[in-house]
Design a protein around this ligand. Structure first.
Ligand code: ZN
Length: 256
């Protein structure tokens, strides 16, 4: 018998996703079951894939726990159907948001990615004791303290307009997560899916930086998500240089 990564009980493990299968399924449906992988660096060529980066990781009750308590709500929210969404010149405002669920959702992706054996998540690492702390908080459905991890959310756009990417094509990018090394031993881990750029700082940002636009807080009901031009994200620019022509055709998964 294998052991569930979350509850540590012996169980038959399920095929578990870190980045939800729903986001892959949407892309795969449009692209007849395949998407394009643009690997950044290394020698592997641009290729097609239908992999949704799942591994045997969690038992069935833990899968259901994460899906029911975080994923279902967050997917609806990010797709604009669980709240009021207003677009401005500098970003998008989501009102009536259960922020603590959204924070838990992103942390559950982060935690599953860090504990996944899938090679596409190899750059996501959570050292101890934080790894155990996240596991216990998620399992008990407790709020994630901002001092432990702070999440900054942005909506990707392409300001070049002509020949650029529409919101629809940006929503079809799933990028292999990567990390950034910040000052004073802080790290951040970056995820791209459903047209969002999600940066998770660990340990969490200082009080002053938590006031920056797009930073999530467990209590707020209104979230302002600033626009972020894809050409202002160096890690995206790097892979675009390699895969631009393939990318504009449609749906792409980046590997950096
Ligand atoms: Zn379990």
């Amino acid at each position: 018998m294998q052991v569930c990564s979350m509850c540590k009980q012996e169980a038959e493990l399920q095929s578990s996703h870190a980045i939800p299968d729903a986001f892959f399924r949407k892309i795969l449906k449009k692209q007849s079951g395949k998407y394009i992988v643009v690997p950044g660096g290394g020698n592997s060529p641009i290729h097609y894939s239908s992999d949704s980066w799942d591994t045997h990781q969690l038992c069935s009750p833990c899968e259901i726990h994460l899906n029911k308590n975080y994923e279902t709500y967050a997917i609806k929210l990010l797709r604009g159907s669980a709240c009021k969404v207003v677009k401005h010149i500098h970003g998008v405002t989501f009102s009536g948001v259960e922020s603590h669920i959204l924070v838990g959702f992103f942390i559950s992706i982060f935690w599953r990615a860090a504990n996944s054996e899938h090679p596409n998540y190899s750059k996501v690492i959570i050292p101890e004791p934080w790894n155990t702390e996240f596991r216990e908080l998620l399992l008990a459905k407790n709020n994630i303290p901002l001092r432990l991890a702070t999440i900054r959310l942005s909506r990707l756009i392409d300001r070049t307009k002509n020949d650029g990417f529409t919101l629809d094509s940006l929503k079809n990018i799933v990028m292999t997560p990567f990390f950034r090394k910040g000052v004073s031993h802080k790290y951040s881990f970056c995820f791209v899916f459903e047209g969002f750029f999600i940066e998770i700082f660990i340990p969490g940002l200082s009080l002053a930086k938590r006031k920056l636009p797009g930073v999530l807080n467990n209590k707020i009901k209104i979230i302002f998500v600033p626009f972020l031009d894809i050409f202002d994200v160096p890690e995206i620019v790097e892979v675009l240089v390699e895969g631009y022509s393939k990318f504009v055709d449609g749906d792409v998964t980046f590997k950096n």
